[in-house]
Design a protein around this ligand. Structure first.
Ligand SMILES: [Zn+2]
Length: 200
């Protein structure tokens, strides 16, 4: 159940407080309703072609969560633009072959295809070939992603399990578990286990 906080500005205060409480419970404690996420393909977000690709065998046994450390995005068009800018940064500045992440998730509640399940990413040194890197778009040092984004990640993980992309015993970790970084943000890191519990 995803309760849109921002779309209820005209409702009475006590109603908004109800929404806040329900959202909090949905985000942290119970699975609510988990459907298949909307996946925005590379062609839909206007991806550049990769300079090269490195394939791997599935299933993968690790998932690593990141944040983009950029402003959040809440609409399809702004999230597509953000994903394009991340790809440009990775390809132009970092000189990587493609956007580094396997998937990205916006607070519009959509999943954006990066390198996908079966290609090696560039997101966590030493762990790329054996993990799926999922980037939550935003800066989550002092806030958590909204319910739409969290449910999109859960839906993606559930899809990965049901389609045999992930092993049934996969590990879910934050970038900071495998490298010296503040990514995925201390507040998001605090609730990572809620993503794993609800998706497995
Ligand atoms: Zn990271």
């Amino acid at each position: 159940m995803v309760v849109p906080l921002l779309e209820n500005r005209n409702t009475p205060h006590h109603t908004n407080m109800f929404y806040v409480q329900v959202t909090f419970i949905c985000v942290l404690l119970v699975p609510c309703v988990l459907g298949d996420p909307t996946i925005v393909s590379r062609s839909e977000w206007g991806a550049r072609s990769p300079r090269s690709r490195s394939y791997r065998r599935l299933p993968v046994s690790e998932v690593i969560i990141h944040h983009s450390d950029t402003p959040s995005c809440y609409t399809s068009s702004s999230c597509k633009a953000r994903v394009r800018s991340i790809q440009n940064h990775h390809m132009n500045t970092n000189r990587w072959s493609d956007i580094g992440y396997n998937f990205l998730v916006g607070e519009d509640g959509r999943v954006y295809e990066g390198r996908g399940w079966n290609k090696v990413g560039a997101h966590a040194r030493g762990y790329n070939s054996r993990s799926v890197g999922i980037c939550m778009i935003g800066d989550f040092m002092s806030s958590i992603p909204n319910g739409a984004a969290l449910n999109a990640v859960r839906g993606l993980l559930a899809m990965g399990l049901s389609q045999g992309k992930l092993t049934s015993y996969y590990r879910l970790r934050g970038h900071s578990d495998v490298g010296a970084t503040s990514c995925p943000g201390s507040t998001l890191y605090y609730i990572l286990s809620s993503l794993k519990l609800l998706s497995a």
